[in-house]
Write a protein that binds this ligand. Structure first.
Ligand code: SDX
Length: 424
C-alpha cells in the first residue's frame, strides 16, 4: 500500500500507511503535526486507531470476532474460560501442563487477604457492586505494592483473575446480608464463583452443570473486544506506568456506563418496563425512533458492528437452550425476540444499521441463572478481565508505547486581561 497524500493550504504532505494482517489500512499521522502544524480531529476516536494489536480482530461489516485468530463461535463451543484467559494473555492456547498450572494458580490465589473483609463492612448494603469491584481492585494494589515490577507481573495477573470473582461474590453476599462464602480448592473457576454466590452455610450446595456451562459461555463471549471504551481506558491509564490493578480498576469504572457494559442491566430494566406496560413492545420501538423522547432501545446498536454482533447471535441461541434446560419460563425473552423482529424490519433501525449487541440477550440468561440484575455488569467485567489484562500487557511490552496524550482544538476565549472584582 503506497503513501497517503494530504493537500492542506495548497501544500501536499505524504503520510506512510500501515497494513494489518487482515488487510486493514491505517494512515500513520504521527509525523503530520510536525510537518504541517495541523492535527487531525476525530471526537470519540470512532475512526482513529490508538495502537496496533495482535489480540482481537473484529470485522464489523461481516460480524467477525476472533481472539488471537480463533473464531468466537469455536471458542464458545469448545473452550473453557481459563483456556481463553491464557490464550488472550499469553498469545497461544495452553498445552495440558500449562493449563493445569494456570488453573492451579487461579484456585490458590482466589482467597482475599482477611483484612479486605473490613473494607466491605464500610459499604452500605445498597452499594452498587460495580463501585465495590472497582474500589476493591484498586485496594489490591495496597496489598501487593510490587505490582509495578515486571518480574512480578504474572503472579499479579493470576491474583487479579483469581480474586475478582471472590470480590464479586462477596459484594453480592453483602447486599443480601448473608455470610461470606470462601472459595474452595476442589472447584473449578466457574464452579467456585457459583458456589461463593449461592451457597449458604446451613446446607450443601451443588453446582448445576447447565448454569456452570452458561457461565463459562458468557465469560468467554465477553473476554475481549479490541479497543472499546473500557479497554482504551485501561491502555490510557497503563500508559502512564500506573500499575496493573489501578489500570484495570479504571476500566471497570468505564465499563459501568449505560452506553457500554452497563447496558445489560438497562436491557432487563427496559424489558421489565415493557412487560409491566402490557408487553407493548411496539410502543417502545416507536419511542426509540422519536429523538425527542431521549429513549434508546438498550442492547441495540454498536460503534463497530454495523451488521449482527456474533456474540448476540450465540447468546440468542443459548438463551433458548439454557431457559429450556433450567425449566424457566421467562416472558422477557418473548418480548426481546419481538423487539428484535420488529426493529430489524423497521426502516429507522435498518437505515442506522442497529442490531442487537452482546448486552441484548445476556441479561435474560444471567436472570435464569439466578444472578441479580445489579450484578450483570459485574459479570461483564469478570468476563472482560483477561481482555483488559492482555491489552494492558501488550501495551506495556511494546517498546513504541508512549504515555497517551491526545491533542485538542481550542475553541475558548482568546487572550484577555484580568479584571479586578471591583470592575466586573
Ligand atoms: C458494548 O465498543 C465495544 O466493543 C463495546 C462492547 C464491548 O464488547 O466492549 O461491544 C460492549 O458496550 C455494547 C453496546 C452496549 N450499549 C447499548 O446497548 C446502549 C444502546 N446503544 C447505543 O447507545 C449506541 O448504539 C452505542 C453507544 C452502542 C453506539 O453508539 P454510536 O455508534 O455512536 O451510535 P450513535 O450514538 O452515533 O447513533 C447513531 C444513530 C443515532 O441516530 P441519528 O442521530 O443518526 O438520527 O443511531 C441512533 C442514534 O440516535 N441509535 C439508536 C440506538 N443506538 C443508536 N436509536 C435507538 N436505540 C439505540 N439503541
Amino acid at each position: 500500500m503506497g503513501n497517503a497524500k494530504i493537500l492542506l493550504d495548497e501544500k501536499e504532505y505524504e503520510l506512510p500507511t500501515v497494513v494489518g494482517s487482515e488487510d486493514e489500512v491505517g494512515i500513520d499521522i504521527s509525523k503530520f503535526r510536525a510537518q504541517s502544524r495541523a492535527i487531525t480531529l476525530d471526537s470519540g476516536y470512532g475512526n482513529t486507531g490508538s495502537c496496533q494489536s495482535a489480540i482481537t480482530f473484529i470485522n464489523g461489516e461481516k460480524g467477525i470476532l476472533r481472539y488471537r485468530g480463533y473464531p468466537i463461535e469455536q471458542l464458545a463451543k469448545q473452550a473453557s474460560f481459563s483456556e481463553v484467559c491464557y490464550l488472550l494473555i499469553y498469545g497461544e492456547l495452553p498445552g495440558g501442563q500449562q493449563l493445569e498450572e494456570f488453573n492451579r494458580g487461579l484456585t490458590y490465589h482466589s482467597m482475599l487477604h482477611e483484612d479486605m473483609k473490613k473494607l466491605f463492612e464500610g459499604y452500605p448494603p445498597t452499594a452498587h457492586p460495580m463501585a465495590i469491584l472497582s474500589s476493591m481492585v484498586t485496594s489490591l494494589a495496597t496489598y501487593y505494592p510490587h505490582a509495578h515490577l515486571e518480574d512480578r507481573l504474572d503472579v499479579n495477573i493470576m491474583r487479579l483473575i483469581a480474586k475478582a470473582p471472590t470480590i464479586a461474590a462477596l459484594s453480592y453476599k453483602k447486599a443480601i446480608g448473608q455470610p461470606f462464602i470462601y472459595p474452595r480448592n476442589d472447584m473449578s473457576y466457574t464452579e467456585n464463583f457459583l458456589h461463593m454466590m449461592f451457597a449458604v452455610p446451613a446446607e450443601p450446595y451443588t453446582v448445576n452443570p447447565v448454569v456452570e456451562r452458561a457461565l463459562n459461555l458468557l465469560l468467554i463471549l465477553h473476554a475481549d473486544h479490541e479497543q472499546n471504551c473500557s479497554t482504551s481506558t485501561v491502555r490510557m491509564v497503563g500508559s502512564s506506568h500506573a500499575n496493573l490493578y489501578v489500570s484495570i480498576a479504571a476500566g471497570i469504572s468505564a465499563l459501568w456506563g449505560p452506553l457500554h457494559g452497563g447496558a445489560n442491566q438497562k436491557v432487563i430494566e427496559m424489558l421489565k418496563m415493557i412487560h409491566a406496560d402490557g408487553d407493548n413492545y411496539q410502543k417502545y420501538v416507536d419511542k426509540a425512533k422519536d429523538k425527542s423522547s431521549g429513549f434508546r432501545l438498550m442492547g441495540f446498536g454498536h460503534r463497530v458492528y454495523k451488521n449482527f454482533d456474533p456474540r448476540a447471535r450465540i447468546l440468542k441461541e443459548a438463551a433458548d437452550a439454557v431457559l429450556d434446560q433450567l425449566g424457566v419460563d421467562e416472558p422477557l425473552l418473548e418480548i426481546a425476540r419481538n423487539l428484535e423482529k420488529v426493529a430489524l424490519e423497521d426502516e429507522f433501525f435498518i437505515e442506522r444499521r442497529l442490531y442487537p449487541n452482546v448486552d441484548f440477550y445476556s441479561g435474560i440468561i444471567y436472570s435464569a441463572m439466578g444472578i441479580p440484575t445489579k450484578m450483570f455488569t459485574v459479570m461483564f467485567a469478570l468476563g472482560r478481565l483477561p481482555g483488559w489484562i492482555s491489552q494492558w500487557k501488550e501495551m506495556r511490552e511494546d517498546p513504541k508505547t508512549k504515555i497517551n496524550r491526545p491533542r485538542q482544538i481550542y475553541t475558548g476565549a482568546t487572550e484577555r486581561a484580568y479584571v479586578s472584582i471591583d470592575d466586573r
